[in-house]
Design a protein around this ligand. Structure first.
Ligand SMILES: Cc1cc2nc3c(=O)[nH]c(=O)nc-3n(C[C@H](O)[C@H](O)[C@H](O)COP(=O)(O)O)c2cc1C
Length: 357
């Protein structure tokens, strides 16, 4: 089992770096969000403040490095580089699913390195909801303890599990499991998807049981159905491959998911899934997200160097600052209230779902 976990994680990194694994037809729907140009911004570009508050801490930017990896030797370097960037930029950082490190002591350091870089980094642990159901709360406690996590993310990936050869096919009891974890842990629980988005109804259920943050991970960015379909194909599992093909474009587009969740719950929201520019980030924040998360675009730079990751994120920050300048926003609170126009399928979605627009 340990060997199978490692080879799956290695496959994920290989496929994500060598193949185009983004959604093909469905997009994030950020193209249906227009921020209104302000030709009289009364703002100094260099004085725009990008600080954001999240889980009672202030970060330099409203950006989160989303959880990706751990549990294989290559992950050590990836997580080390990402942690150095999180420290330098003062932004939160997630690790990938920690089950491999919990099962096998020798793999712990591939996650633990993020904490070893500095005790001050805001580190988000990660476990799968199905593993939590199968293995119980101890899994969550061990994940937090392993990296002295400041928060724990529980990921929901029902579609990925169905397409993944050998994946789990039940979510029965999921809410109770999350609730028990929330009640037991001393750190806040974040619930995230991995690319299919979160609906307003699910967000409400999660808020009710004490979850502190929802990370939408909507559709339009990294496509886990496609990644698992490729793995199924490679493993000669034709049934899973065909199932993956039919559900390739499944999921709530990120822009719609951010509106679904942020208009329904009081708890904090991370807008993620296909954030590829600082303009996407600005739109996510304007739609109601408190922070914006990025995963796959950071993978290749993280395999290279700290400087590569920094240069990618500096580009995102410059674009975000530019969007704020052009809309006359001096800080993130102003951006969150800025005027926007929703068009096309996004406005149609909001009308049919009775979401405030
Ligand atoms: C290589 C890779 C590995 C990932 N592993 C995990 C994981 O272990 N746990 C998790 O919650 N999400 C995982 N994700 C999902 C991301 O956290 C994120 O939700 C998703 O990729 C959408 O963001 P993106 O479009 O910016 O990549 C992974 C993503 C990538 C690219």
């Amino acid at each position: 089992m340990v060997g199978e976990l490692s080879s799956r994680k290695r496959d994920h990194i290989r496929i994500c770096t060598e193949r185009d694994v983004e959604f093909k037809k469905k997009t994030t729907w950020f193209e249906y969000v227009e921020l209104i140009h302000n030709p009289l911004p009364e703002v100094d570009f260099n004085e725009i403040k990008l600080e954001a508050s999240f889980l009672s801490r202030t970060f330099n930017y409203p950006l989160v490095i989303e959880g990706m990896t751990g549990g294989i030797p290559e992950a050590y370097k990836i997580n080390k580089n990402l942690a150095e960037v999180a420290l330098q930029l003062n932004i939160p950082l997630g690790v990938g699913s920690q089950r491999a490190g919990i099962r096998n002591e020798s793999l712990k350091e591939t996650y633990r390195i993020v904490r070893d870089i500095s005790p001050s980094i805001f580190v988000i642990g990660n476990i799968g909801a199905v593993q939590l159901m199968e293995e119980g709360i101890e899994l969550a406690e061990k994940a937090v303890e392993m990296i002295e996590a400041n928060a724990l993310a529980i990921h929901l990936n029902s579609l990925q599990e169905l397409i993944q050869p050998g994946g789990t096919t039940t979510y029965r009891g999921i809410i109770k499991s999350i609730e028990k974890t929330v009640n037991r842990l001393s750190v806040p629980v974040i619930v995230k998807e991995v690319g299919c988005g979160i609906s307003r109804e699910s967000a409400k259920s999660l808020e009710k049981i004490g979850v502190k943050v929802i990370d939408v991970a909507g559709a339009g960015g990294t496509n886990w159905t496609l990644i698992e379909k490729i793995r199924a194909e490679e493993a000669g599992d034709l049934e899973k491959k065909m199932l993956g093909e039919v559900f390739l474009e499944w999921g709530i587009p990120t822009a719609a998911s951010i509106i679904e969740v942020s208009s329904t719950v009081e708890i904090e929201v991370i807008g993620s899934g296909g954030i590829r520019t600082g303009l996407d980030a600005a739109k996510a924040l304007a739609l109601g997200a408190d922070m914006v998360g990025i995963a796959k675009p950071l993978l290749k730079p993280a395999l290279e160097s700290v400087e590569s990751i920094l240069s990618y994120l500096r580009k995102i920050i410059l674009e975000l600052r530019t969007a704020m300048y052009l809309t006359g926003c001096r800080n993130i609170s102003e951006l969150k209230k800025v005027d926007k126009v929703l068009t096309g399928p996004l406005i149609e979605w909001c009308r049919q779902r009775n979401l405030p627009v």
